[in-house]
Design a protein around this ligand. Structure first.
Ligand code: NAD
Length: 488
């Protein structure tokens, strides 16, 4: 078993640094409420030190070739592979998810590292034509400087990998502010980076709460890019604060993702995908399906199959459980309140509905997988992201009504349709307002080489992962070369 540190300090300029505030907070296990470790509760002074270390390290890091930076990032990915079990055990401990799921996430993070490391040998620009004779025009990517990276708790290791690997590959140095709920994943990532030989100051980690440790990073004049993954409300605050000095901002925000089940769908397959999309990782995915839109002709049959399967889901922290707890007690209260409010508005609870209170679950943050119906499209539970294992079923007459309902959301992250009709699938793909469309699958499932992001309130138009991530972490420079054939 991996030994858990009693204290998680900041990591600045290659050194463990206690918080300048001398304040700490307890990291509690969502699975059983026990204290795991204490964590640095950092403030503006810690952020200043981290940004300054990143600034000092940036020129030398950017001075290495992209190939050399990629080589080092590959070493980090390989070291992660060697320690994937340690990583998974820590992530499982701090999130309550199973080690099996955490191993899958560790592998996804490693794969992102491998993919981005390879970009060191590509990092393509363009050459183009020019109106002037003998002029050659080309574009090259330039680093931005110091990147401020702020992330959510839900899949902590991929969240780190999606930002840190492309940020560093492009020649930036970085300050990472992990979620206060998942400090250990950042802690082990720092150890691995250090052992793999990442120079001091290239990556710095500051722990703490959003307003105290995150906002000073956003407001720092030396941070040239803020890349944020989290809620829409926090994203708006960050965007406003960074706009003051016109900093580049990449926001990857929430979703209220819909999955449509047509009358020609394979219903068993659709049920299986809804379980995965709505409840895996306890519904704590930006890409989770929380609105299940079903054609009237198959609604009753589909609902009965789904309700039965949902009630049978095993909930707990082990590899044989389907899903674990949500991240903290506040989140359970929020979910229960949302369900209570929906019920008061006429919603019918088909499965779950609240916290699991039996002896095996009482000490943890276990919300039962919950299904509701009889909810209007404008009700709060239809519009607000819950980020938990709660989904609503909607009955529609046919395709046009389904599409209109799917698009009746301020969010536009992911979507899915279950149909055997190519015509329906393609028309849905063309007209749905979402950054990702899946046919006959779940609403999630992106891979490291695929750009991921949404439209409307789900983000600011950037894509993370894929080669698209390089656009977030670099600027373009046009270089003009003018030759004079007379001087040959
Ligand atoms: P959150 O917005 O509460 O917190 C995210 C991060 O921001 C944390 O590190 C937090 O400490 C920090 N933060 C909070 N307030 C801040 C402030 N005032 N200034 C600076 N930083 C601040 O979100 P969460 O609860 O951690 O995550 C859930 C949300 O994340 C959901 O909306 C989910 O959809 C979204 N998410 C999106 C993606 C994506 O790729 N689009 C991926 C995962 C999660």
């Amino acid at each position: 078993m991996m030994t858990i540190p009693r204290e998680v300090t900041n990591w600045i300029d290659g050194r463990d640094c206690p918080p300048s505030t001398n304040q700490w907070f307890d990291n509690l296990s969502p699975a059983d409420g026990t204290s795991i470790c204490r964590v640095a509760r950092s403030g503006a002074e810690d952020v200043r030190a981290a940004v300054s270390a990143a600034r000092r390290a940036q020129a030398a890091w950017a001075g290495k070739t992209a190939v050399a930076r990629g080589d080092l990032l590959r070493e980090i990915a390989l070291a992660m592979r060697a320690r994937r079990q340690d990583i998974a055990e820590l992530v499982a401990r701090e999130t309550g998810k199973s080690v099996k799921l955490a191993l899958g996430e560790a592998d996804a993070a490693i794969e992102m590292g491998m993919f981005i490391a390879g970009e060191g040998r590509r990092l393509y620009g363009r050459t183009t034509t020019a109106s002037m004779a003998h002029r050659t025009v080309m574009t090259v990517r330039q680093p931005l400087g110091v990147a401020g990276l702020i992330i959510s708790f839900n899949t902590p290791m991929p969240n780190i990998a999606w930002k840190v690997f492309p940020a560093l590959l492009c020649g930036n140095t970085a300050v990472l502010k992990p979620s206060e709920d998942t400090p250990l994943s950042a802690w082990i990532f720092a150890r691995i980076c250090q052992d793999a030989g990442l120079p001091a100051g290239v990556l710095n980690i500051v722990h703490g709460y959003g307003a105290e440790a995150g906002m000073p990073l956003v407001e720092s004049p030396d941070v040239k890019l803020v890349s944020f993954t989290g809620s829409c409300a926090t994203g708006r605050m960050i965007h406003k604060a960074a706009a003051e000095r016109l900093a580049k901002v990449c926001l990857e925000l929430g979703g209220k993702n819909a999955l449509v089940v047509c009358d020609d769908a394979a219903l068993d397959n659709a049920v299986n995908w809804v379980l995965q999309a709505a409840f895996s990782n306890a519904g704590q995915r930006c890409a989770a399906a929380s609105r299940i839109v079903v054609f009237d002709a198959v609604y009753d049959r589909f609902r009965d199959l789904l309700v039965k399967a949902t009630r049978e889901l095993a909930v707990g922290p082990t590899d044989s459980d389907f899903m674990g707890p949500v991240i903290n007690a506040r989140q359970v209260t929020r979910l229960e309140d949302a369900v209570r409010q929906a019920k008061a508005g006429g919603a019918v609870i088909l499965a779950g509905g609240g916290k699991l209170k039996d002896a095996a679950h009482a000490a943890g943050c276990y919300m039962a997988p919950t299904l509701l119906e009889n909810v209007g499209p404008e009700a709060a539970i239809s519009q607000q992201e819950l980020f938990g294992p709660v989904a609503v079923l909607y009955r529609v007459a046919g395709f046009e009504e389904a599409l209109a309902l799917v698009n009746r959301s301020s969010y536009g992250l992911t979507s899915a349709i279950h149909t055997t009709s190519l015509h329906r699938a393609m028309t849905f793909a063309e007209r749905v307002e979402a950054g990702v469309v899946v046919v006959n699958g779940g609403t999630h499932g992106s891979e490291p080489h695929m750009g991921f992001g949404g439209v409307k309130d789900s983000g600011t138009g950037w894509r993370e992962a894929g080669t698209e991530a390089l656009d977030v972490y670099s600027d373009w420079k046009y270089i003009n070369l003018i030759a004079d054939p007379a001087k040959v």
